[in-house]
Design a protein around this ligand. Sequence first.
Ligand SMILES: *Cc1c(COP(=O)(O)O)cnc(C)c1O
Length: 370
Amino acid sequence: MSIPLLDLKAQYLSIKEEIDQAVLGVLDSCQFILGPNVKAMEEKMADYCGTKHAVAVANGTDALVLAIRACGVEPGDEVITTPFTFFASAEAIANLGATPVFVDIDPVTLNMDIDQLESKITVKTKAIIPVHIFGQMLNMERVMELAAKYDLKVIEDCAQAIGAEYNGKRAGSYGTTGTFSFFPTKNLGGYGDGGMVVTQSEEIAARIRKLRFHGSKIKYYHDEIGYNSRLDEMQAAILRVKFNYLDQWNQLRREKAEKYNELLAPLAAQGKLILPQNDPKATPVYHLYILRTDNRDHLANILKEKGIATGVYYPVPLHLQNAFAYLGYSAGDMPAAELACEQALALPCYPELSMEQQEYIAAAVCEALK
Ligand SMILES: *Cc1c(COP(=O)(O)O)cnc(C)c1O
């Protein structure tokens, strides 16, 4: 058997006719930039997230950059985020000349540790970027309370969490802004790059619309230095089709995750591995299903021999990345994030995964760790 970490081909084949038609429709219209598909995607997204506005941009990293800038962050400001995330969450801060400040993670949920958050706030702090890692939201009610107390902006990095909820409210709807990625491997992925910012603020939405179009509101009149960062019509047309399946796909991911939890419970009870732990108020969307074990590399090797692909998310915490050496962090500064980087392993967990494949994977994990 050969099982990939994610099966994009199987997903495409299941909706091929609709996708092909959507793509051909764009070719036929010859309207490639900021046309009706982007507008419809923005409306759909705002409606889905429960926000007033949504602005489509070129990718999830630009979504962060534009959102952070539209929140008023300036060079020299500090922005607090987690070290246990994809590089872009902090790269976007640094690209604006602001300073990423890391706070360690909660070893249970692997999200930013809110108990330690307040101690990182200084007079220079302008914003917080909570990341809903692997598709599980953190307690946004507490984050927003702290933000209100210190008058900070909040940019939710929802790249892995489209459709996830906390206490019945969707990812992206709590913060000043929420940012999304439509990278092909995300829960809602295009066939190329794409991103979105959602917000309740008319002012911030207007600023991001301007920033994505060279700082221009009226063509050829430029109010500020912006970017060329737009979602293109082809991607928007594809995403509109896939959006109709998102809730169903997220539900299937949750079912696969529950099945793993059930099949691997005996190993967890023996202390041989740690299963994903949920905040009871969070409804996750399992962008990734992450196990933790001291024998991570051994487990990955055995699974590979049996034809099962796995992934290490993430091998190096951000405070120890070479690119952030100038921030002056050392090993030992963020013990929970560092341990997670040694222990975490993603198992295949996608809507098209069959029961038979899943049982084969679980049996292989049990054999490797017995
Ligand atoms: C994928 C991802 C991004 C970046 O999105 P791109 O579309 O690849 O630029 C940012 N943050 C997190 C947490 C991600 O997983």
